[in-house]
Design a protein. Structure first.
Length: 157
């Protein structure tokens, strides 16, 4: 195992600088738009990380902010965007459930709980109409601010 702490597409990921930061950390947050093939290595990665640090580990669920048509969205006015929603695909909920099962005693945080209602109808923008994401997977600056505020309490706990 050595200093291998993450595998992607079957290849070990090693970076001495990152490993040094992990060893020195008090807390680690792992976030990705997790693919099925990556989840196969998540448990191994968590074991390897835990072997080199006592840091508290939080794993975030999938980052998915909708199948967005950017051209259509920019043609909307801010009020229309602020009330636009999408129904979350069940595969993302199942993926988050799979992540929870894999990570065991480590803490799990869901993005979906921060911008979707109980029926998983999800917003695409904040109250001012600024989009959370421009492509469904990467946050806009306003999206980063929104989720930063939503997850801020995690850093305090």
């Amino acid at each position: 195992m050595g200093d291998i702490f993450f595998r992607k597409n079957g290849r070990a990921y090693e970076n001495k600088n990152v490993i040094a930061l992990i060893k020195d950390a008090d807390e680690l947050w792992l976030a990705s738009n997790w693919k099925k093939e990556e989840l196969a290595y998540l448990k191994e990665s968590l074991v390897n990380i835990s072997n080199i640090t006592q840091a508290k580990i939080t794993v975030f669920g999938n980052k998915f902010f909708g199948d967005l048509n950017f051209r259509e969205l920019i043609e909307m006015d801010s009020e229309q965007r602020s009330v636009s929603t999408f129904l979350l695909n069940q595969e993302y909920l199942l993926s988050d459930a799979g992540i929870k099962e894999i990570i065991g005693e480590h803490k799990f945080e869901s993005y979906f709980e921060k911008f979707c209602d109980k029926k998983f109808i999800c917003k695409i923008a904040n109250e001012e109409g600024y989009l959370f994401s421009f492509d469904g997977g990467h946050l806009t600056p306003e999206g980063a601010q929104y989720f930063g505020k939503q997850f801020k309490l995690l850093a305090i706990e």
